[in-house]
Design a protein around this ligand. Structure first.
Ligand SMILES: Nc1ncnc2c1ncn2[C@@H]1O[C@H](COP(=O)(O)OP(=O)(O)OP(=O)(O)O)[C@@H](O)[C@H]1O
Ligand SMILES: [Mg+2]
Length: 205
């Protein structure tokens, strides 16, 4: 619609052109992200167990996910607190898939936790769990009780997301779960409505 107006010559003046350009850029980015996510989701389910696996540096994966969200984080004026200990052991897996998983957790925090404008990312090596844990926390609205059970279902969107009209298709967290499970890991969360959430990605080492 925006590009239609522009093509039809209904947009006049440099300001309006740049405003429309920015909106078209954002919408097309969202669209390509959605297509990429859907393809990745389908891809995981058809390649389970046969994906190429290499030694993956989790710190580098977190840095890449943060770099991918750099513009959004700046635009929405988020403060990011990053904590990664030295000497974190590598995990065995698919770096792209893990980056997408962390990217989805970040994009949710940016989208839903605008009230707090704070994201914490903390990685740790749990010897007890024989896993690397990546915690992504926010000070947003949290997850309503009614949504808690269904959050990781494909295409499920929470009440707040629907009520506020936040863009999305409900595939992000199901992709995170599939990515975790493809690595023999898991994704869980704790959330206090009105206070915030912490999502924890566990990848075995
Ligand atoms: N950090 C968060 N804080 C509060 N609610 C969240 C958070 N992350 C996810 N949710 C809730 O979980 C639902 C499912 O998230 P998911 O990432 O799967 O889908 P989405 O963000 O709605 O759409 P998409 O990821 O496809 O753009 C969201 O609709 C939202 O209600
Ligand atoms: Mg999402």
């Amino acid at each position: 619609m925006l590009s239609r107006n522009q093509a039809d010559g209904l947009v006049a003046g440099a300001d309006q052109v740049s405003q429309y350009g920015e909106l078209i850029y954002q919408q097309s980015r969202r669209l390509s992200e959605m297509i990429e996510q859907t393809l990745q989701y389908a891809g995981i389910h058809s390649h389970l167990g046969t994906r190429m696996r290499t030694a993956v540096d989790v710190e580098a994966v977190i840095a890449a996910a943060l770099a991918a969200q750099k513009e959004e984080l700046a635009r929405e004026q988020f403060h990011v607190e990053l904590s990664v200990p030295d000497g974190l052991p590598a995990v065995h897996g698919d770096a792209n898939l893990l980056r997408t998983a962390i990217n989805n957790l970040l994009s949710n925090a940016i989208k839903y936790a605008t009230s707090g404008r704070w994201i914490g990312i903390r990685a740790e090596h749990s010897v007890k769990e024989r896993a690397i844990l990546v915690h992504v926390s926010d000070h947003g609205p949290g997850v309503q009780d009614a949504d808690q059970e269904r959050l990781f279902e494909p295409f499920y969107r929470g009440r707040t997301a629907v009520e506020t009209g936040a863009p999305g298709s409900g595939i992000g967290l199901s992709l995170v779960r599939s990515a975790a499970e493809a690595h023999g890991g898991s994704i869980t969360f704790v959330s206090t409505p009105g206070r915030g959430s912490t999502f924890t990605l566990r990848i075995p080492v």
